[in-house]
Design a protein around this ligand. Structure first.
Ligand code: ADP
Ligand code: TRP
Length: 338
């Protein structure tokens, strides 16, 4: 663990799909860069995934795959806590206590719930809550508890999750207001990575790479599949001999996140000079990706295999996380009179 003067950060990762290159550049790599500055904790938010994922085998697989991906990508479990949300049952007891302190109106205002209602309205449905389960409605509350039970000071999240961290801060404030004489929660703050559009990767159809568009390049597929997917990235019909503007190309937008600065500049110059076709650029991208991903892929495959070292890592993480959550919960029970 990092030194005690470092701030505690907590981040949850929803296991709803195979991690892809976009997740790596936009979430995994920046989060791992932060891990040295904070006493960082990461957990796989498996109970959160239940709001949408109803295939038990798939949930088990994604949970393992996400944990294995983060470790393969460089998370050091000796220094950084990694655990499954479901291994900390204290979360669900605190969830009840906090639900009794949370106004329903606060949940009504949450973006995801409002967006679901807007979709129903647009579709002309008379029941604006159609298709909304209580898990979706209470999602921000559970997320608040994930954060508060660890007394996190900062929560590294993307812009779309900032409102949830503000809700967590509100709920901590309500608890502290009512029961502050007996126990006080740390009020968390969001930590938003620099807004850098360059870090949003396009997928194999040119739109933003996203599981919801089914256009992803998974991080740890075999080299042959990686090559095929890179070949699918759309390019325009500029003839080989013509000059090309590198930054307009999806292939280059991915390349520049993985290659060294020097290679990026050299590629930009060669494309601008003309004579380099998109096929050559795709081959170069594949080589760069494969060189970086191959060692991680090997580690990933070893970890994701049943009965691997991952089980021990998650068991050790669970033990440490529960110990910390248990202390919070014991203090809360005492403070509220249970
Ligand atoms: P998806 O859109 O595939 O469902 P998530 O919404 O689960 O991805 O995103 C998880 C994290 O990965 C978020 O922090 C998000 O900002 C980041 N991320 C997702 N897609 C991309 C992308 N194409 N480029 C950069 N970052 C991305
Ligand atoms: N809601 C987050 C997402 O959709 C995942 C998450 C769950 C989380 N609990 C959290 C993130 C606690 C930060 C802290 O990406």
């Amino acid at each position: 663990m990092a030194s005690p003067v470092q701030k505690i950060s907590v981040t949850g990762i929803k296991p709803t799909g195979e991690p892809h290159l976009g997740n790596y550049i936009g979430a995994i790599r920046p989060a791992l860069d932060l891990a040295s500055e904070y006493q960082a904790m990461y957990f796989i938010a498996d109970y959160h995934a239940l709001t949408t994922l109803r295939d038990p085998e798939l949930l088990r697989h994604y949970t393992r795959s996400v944990a294995a991906s983060w470790i393969a990508a460089g998370l050091d479990p000796e220094r950084t806590l990694i655990y499954r949300q479901s291994d900390v049952p204290e979360t669900f007891e605190l969830n009840w206590v906090m639900s009794c302190l949370t106004g329903k109106g606060l949940m009504n205002r949450a973006h995801a719930y409002k967006a679901a209602r807007d979709r129903n309205e647009e579709a002309g449905r008379s029941d604006l809550d159609a298709g909304v389960n209580m898990g979706l409605f209470n999602y921000p509350l559970l997320m608040a508890v994930d954060i508060l039970i660890m007394n996190a000071e900062v929560v590294p999240v993307g812009k779309d999750q900032v409102q949830h961290v503000e809700i967590a801060a509100d709920i901590a404030g309500s608890f502290n207001h009512v029961y502050g004489a007996g126990y006080r929660f740390t009020v968390p703050k969001p930590l938003i990575p620099d807004t850098d559009n360059a870090r949003t990767l396009p997928g194999v159809d040119g739109r933003k790479m996203s599981k919801s568009y089914d256009n992803t390049i998974p991080l740890f597929i075999p080299a042959s599949k990686l090559k095929k997917l890179v070949r699918r990235i759309p390019t325009d019909s500029t003839p080989v001999e013509d000059p090309k503007n590198a930054d307009d190309s999806s292939v280059f937008q991915i390349l520049r996140q993985f290659a060294d600065e020097e290679v990026v500049e050299d590629t930009r110059t060669r494309l601008a000079a003309g004579g380099v076709g998109w096929g050559v650029l795709k081959d170069q991208l594949f080589e760069i990706l494969d060189e970086q991903l191959a060692p991680m892929r090997e580690r990933y495959e070893a970890l994701v295999a049943p009965g691997s070292e991952l089980d021990d890592i998650l068991a050790a993480g669970a033990e440490k996380a529960r110990a910390r959550a248990g202390e919070t919960l014991a203090a809360v029970r005492n403070a509220v009179g249970i």
